[in-house]
Design a protein around this ligand. Sequence first.
Ligand code: 13P
Length: 258
Amino acid sequence: MSGSRELLISGNWKMNLTHFEAIQYVQELAALLRAGPLRAGRALSLHPPFTALRSVQTALESDSVPVALGAQNCHESEKGAFTGEVSAEMLSKLNVSYVIVGHSERRQYFAESDQLVRAKADAVLRREMTPIICVGESLEERESGEALPKVSCQLEAAIGGRSAAVVGGLVIAYEPIWAIGSGRTATVEDAEEMAAHIRTEVERLAGEEAASFVRVQYGGSVTPESAGDLLVCKDVDGLLVGGASLKAESLYEIARAR
Ligand code: 13P
């Protein structure tokens, strides 16, 4: 497989940081990146809550900070009477590049089904943004040997029947549920095994070329200490970072690891 995929390190802030804190964060990150740019082939995205998107967009653009803007979720419909929801169009008009869909917290706490995750990915793609499609197994599924089939099912639902060109442009984030916020990072072997499995499944569903282009992130208790070993895995093309992304310096260290 191609070893030339760009590594994408994404900070998912979840429900943290006000828009004031977000502006300060971007200023700190911008200063770090000015003093020590990321090496070629590495990119960063920030996924603030909706309330901070406009502030982060303005802070990034006014200073030409080399960081992409991302969102954590969107509604699957174009527009309409969906009180409290945000559409893909609204995000695209803020120059959002990446939208996380199907995060396990949304699947678990907001009952998002595989079908809904696919519809959300459709909405993101219609607006020419890149979905970061999250997959991953629970602890029970891992312990009963069901991790690989579970992820295969989630992938089939999200990407089956899509063209090779579309699938090759996607980001798939492998986030084992038991590793999220638990302080228990998957071993490098577990992360690489699943990332390779995801690539094999992408090849089955959309062909070899799509599999060589699709980017596979790992997420779950990533820290500056664990990032380097994960980033050198052959099939891991980046990291989706929660808690350790809440400080600019820590996300920067993760993006600079190795
Ligand atoms: P933590 O890094 O806090 O475990 O969160 C991972 C995650 O869910 C990123 O989307």
